[in-house]
Structures are given as C-alpha cells and as structure tokens.
Ligand binder design. Sequence first.
Ligand code: FEO
Ligand code: CA
Ligand code: CA
Length: 680
Amino acid sequence: MTDHTAYEIDNSGIEPNRNHSSNPHFADILQKRRQFLKGSLSTAVVAFMGTSLVGCGGDDDNDNRSSSSSSSSSSAPASSSSSAASSSVAPLLGFTAIATTRADAITVPTGYTATAFVPWGTPLTGSMPAFKADASNTGAEQEQQVGAHHDGIHFFPMDAKTTATNSSEGLLVMNHEYIDHNLMHPNGPTLGATRPTDEVRKEIAAHGVSVIHIRKNGSNWEVVNGSPFNRRITGATPMDIRGPASGSAKLATKYSPNGTSTRGTLNNCGMGSTPWNTYLTAEENWAGYFVNKDATPPREHKEYSVPANNGRYYWELADSGADEYIRFDASTKGASAVDDYRNEPNTFGWMVEIDPFDPESRPQKRTALGRFGHEGVIFAPAVEGQPIVCYSGDDSTNEYIYKFVSAEPYHKATAGGYLLNTGTLYAAKFNADGTGEWLPLDITNSNFIAKAATAGVTFADQADVLINTRLAADVMGATKMDRPEWGAVHPETGEVYFTLTNNTGRTTTDAANPRANNATGHIIRWRETANSNTSFNWDIFLLGGDVGTTTGEGASAVALTADNHFASPDGLWMDPRGVLWIQTDMSGSQQASGPYGNNQMLAADPVTKQVKRFFVGPVDAEVTGVTATPDMKTLFVNIQHPGDRSTPTNFTSHWPEGGNARPRSATVIVTKNDGGMIGA
Ligand code: FEO
Ligand code: CA
Ligand code: CA
C-alpha cells in the first residue's frame, strides 16, 4: 500500500539548507541600520525614498498624497510613533481592515465580493473534458484542463501591446506550482516497484502554466471557450534553451544531444510580466522531481539537492518505461551524456518565457538569468534606450537575491525576449552601512576570476557559471538571506521590495535578516544608485510577527496591530497606484496554532507603512499571486493547496465548492460592490 506520508509537501521544509559557504550574514548591520531610521517618520521616509515619490495620477486620494510627499521633507507624512494610521495625508487604503479568521472561505472587507474562478480541472482546450469530483480524470483529460496549485498570475489586457486599457477582456496567465498527491487521484497515488503511467502523465500535466482567455459578461467573468489563445503548457511541453548556456555540453541529453531544448517546466512558483508583454514563469523547487543515484553526483546536482533515492513523486518509475518518464532518473546509465539523462536536471532551474499572444510559440528558457530556485522575477520600469533590469530571488535557506542587466538597450518598438539572452547577472551584497553592492557573476570580470581562483573554484565558461549560479554567488561573497521570495518594484520610483519569508534555522542574528529563529519573516527594500549598475541603498521595510512587533525605533517605529499582524510574507505586488500587496505562506502548523489565522493578503502604503488586512484564504491554503485589470476594478488572487493536510478520504477543506467537495486550488475574483477601484 501507499505510504502517503512519503508524499506530503511541507511548505516550510522543501527548501533545503544548501549554503555552507563562509559568506557573512548581516551579523552586526542592524545596529547601524537603526541610525538610518532615526528621527521622524517623515525624515526617514524621505531620506530613503528620495523626492519623486509615489506619483499616482488620476485618483483623488492619491493626487493629494502625491503632491504632499513629492516636494520636500517638510510636507512629507506627519510622524507617528505607532502605526501610521494617524498620518495627515489622505490614506491610500480606504477599506476597513478585516480580522484574522480560520473560516474555510474567502473573507474580504465589507463592501467587497469574492468569487472563485477557474479551479483546478476547469476544461480549457481540445474536447473540453469536465472535472470529475472524485478526481478520476485521466492524464489526457488533465492535459486539456486548468492545472493544479495556482500560483503566480498576470492579467494581460487584450490590447496589451497598444493602449493596455481593456479591463473587460484579456489573457489570464497563471502558474501551477505542484500537486497534492492525496487529492490528485481518487484514492491517492499508487506506488509499488513501478507507478501506473497514466497517474504520472496526469501529475505532469497538472504542472506548468495555463493561458486562459477571459472576458466580462455583464458583471461576471467567463472563459472564452474555443479561443485559440487558451493553452496548457505542462511538465512535458517542448521548450527551447536560449542564452549563454544554450548548447553547453552540460545540457546535452538523449533528447537534445546539442543541449538546446528540453521538455517541460516544473514547480512554477512566481512569475513576471515583461515590458514587451510576455510572461516569465519561475522554476523553483524543480530539483526534487529528479533522482541521481550516482555515488558522486556533479555539483550541478549537489548544490541544488537533487535527491539520491527517488524523485518527489516517483515519476521515474512510470511502468511504461517511456523516455518522457525515465528522464527523471539522472543517474549515469549510458556511455555518454547523449545516451542518458544525467544532464536532464541541468535543463531546469531557469526562468521560462512564454508569449501568451502567440499560441504556437515554443517556451524559451532564458539561461542568462541564472539557474537556481527562482521564486519569480520583477522588472524595473523599462526606459527607452536603456538596458532592461530585472530581479529574482532564490527561495532556499541562506540563498541570494539576483539582478540581471541586459547588454542590449530597450526600445519599445522592437523589444523582445532577445533582450534576456545577453547581459550581466549580479548577486546582492548588503553592507553594514546601508549601502549594497551588485557582484557580477561574469567569467570575463577580473574580480570574479580572482575570487574564483582564491576559492579554488573553476568554471569552464560562462555557461558553467550560469549552470552553477549558486556557487558563483558563493565565490563572490554575496549575502545569505532568509529565503528570498517575491519582489515588487514601484512603477515610478523603481524602488524594489523583496519578501524574506522565514528562516527558522537561523542561529546568528544579523541585520537584513535581524532575528534568530526567524519564523515570521520580513520585507527588505532598496533603491539603486543613479547611473550605477552596481550599488544601492537598503533598509528593512517591515518585520512580520504578532501584534506589537515593531520595525524601526523611536518616532519612526511602526508596530503591527490586530489589523495587520502577519507571518511568512511571500507573494508581493505593487499595483499601479503604489499600493503594496503582501501575501502570506504560513505553514499548516503556523496557521493552526499561531495568532494569525489562515493565510492572508494585506495592503500596505509604502510611504506611511500603514498596513491593512484585506483578504483571508480558506483552510490549509496559501494566498499567492495577485493581478488586476488596468482599471483596478477587478482583482485576481490565487488560492493554492486548500486542504493540503487532507488524506484521500478526509478533506481538511472543502473550498471552493463547500459541502463535502474535494478542495481545489482556484483563482478568486474580487470586486467592489459599488464598482469602484479595489482598496480605494
Ligand atoms: Fe513557491 Fe518560495 O514559494
Ligand atoms: Ca511562493
Ligand atoms: Ca513560500
């Protein structure tokens, strides 16, 4: 019989602690950072944020706020020693905060409505197979249905490439990060010496990305059935490998002897939308899907914790023995790399570009952005004639934050994925004095060459650097972080925010990660130095924790209250008005026993640090991924893994259908009952 416990995914535990390099933590930075936030809130805010803050054209509330904060420190928000609710500027957040709850439902503020949409199994393409409540759909049917475990999501208005104002029709593109084995099949997974091939086929098909053409019908949203844009990309879809690692001998496989293609994308967590309206999907905890039983696995596997005994879901054991399944066994079997799949894991760990407006296009793995546990990617505002800049975090304990700067300049008229094929990848170092450095991971850079030599680490070429991005960042002395998750960039100032979700393994306190046994996480932010690719200034925006948890000191201190206490920040999005949306991914036990209730989404004003809880998810779920129509009147929020502590016969959640229904990941549509903008 199946041992279901072998399959359980514990979100708090799937990111291994790989990083044993001697790079410094932020050990004594905090004390110095406190100097940074001394004085009134207004002084601190203006000192950090500069003078061109949060211009939020159009909306009355924001006009007032923008003008009051963009001229000088004397007109910046009034100081407040607790939450900034008493600020003299008009609040950006016009709703009443909701309380924590453990309801098996979506909870939103008074005056708002939340509706589940496109749950796992929604028919999407081909013969449009209906979802079966007992989860008995086949693999072939799953390939034509919306995948499981909704995560990063983006709404592309149908006129994205021109005016980008269409708020009633567009392409909703979303990730399907993983599966709950206990819920995927009628009786859970079947495991023996082999696995039934169709179970494996179904599980692979439940991963990947959905492109869903949607439009408004009256006040409701519907899927445009039969649209040529509707598309499933799965863990089996053929993809190209582009950029500096394309063609590397370390990517050569039986499937692609020249190392230029692979099949599928896996564990797609966060995402990013490019300035040229394509979708980048992140490959996060991909390593666990493979197995390498070799006595001495290569560093490309070891540094990413490719398992030695079995893949997470035992896909390598599919009883057909077909090539598409045995590829998950990366053990050395043949005479050379083109005779087996020893390099298959090297074709994962990348950012993958998908053009949702070109249904025939092949996804492109963009190797210049590095290979690690990509949580997502966020682009700085594109500037005509300047390089493209984007940021990505490696969500694993003590891993790094990265930046990519394109070699080619951005021109709106001709911009495309080629911009992501050449450029420089940097890793972040946070200095004690509040400055930061971007360290180039570039085999032609003399500093990199010297550091690698000192460390005794050899890279054959830039492809080797990128395939071993973590090692390259170790070599350069990047700063170990408390599990970098999503980033957000202010659309006008370019200021960058990143969630650091938690790190209960931290024993040495430090500054950008200032707490030992950091169970509740925090949010860091920085601003790039003008005319420099390699320096920035940073501070801690907000510490997660229970009521009373305080960020900053003295007059600038901001304390969490019952309206906004939270833990394990993960998803992050800055909307066009400058509202920062913070989503949480607390573990099951933290939700069950902590003071926070179920996972939630909060809205924050980055200037005043006013924070209000806006949304609470159902039982045993994560709130992850958020996007909106251009008019900000429809918000799309993803709910992932409701009831993830279920067994095949005992569901801990019945969301969204209720009753005795099997729980299913789904998107939630949030609207304001008066038809207004969300959060205003
Ligand atoms: Fe998929 Fe780091 O969350
Ligand atoms: Ca996440
Ligand atoms: Ca997480």
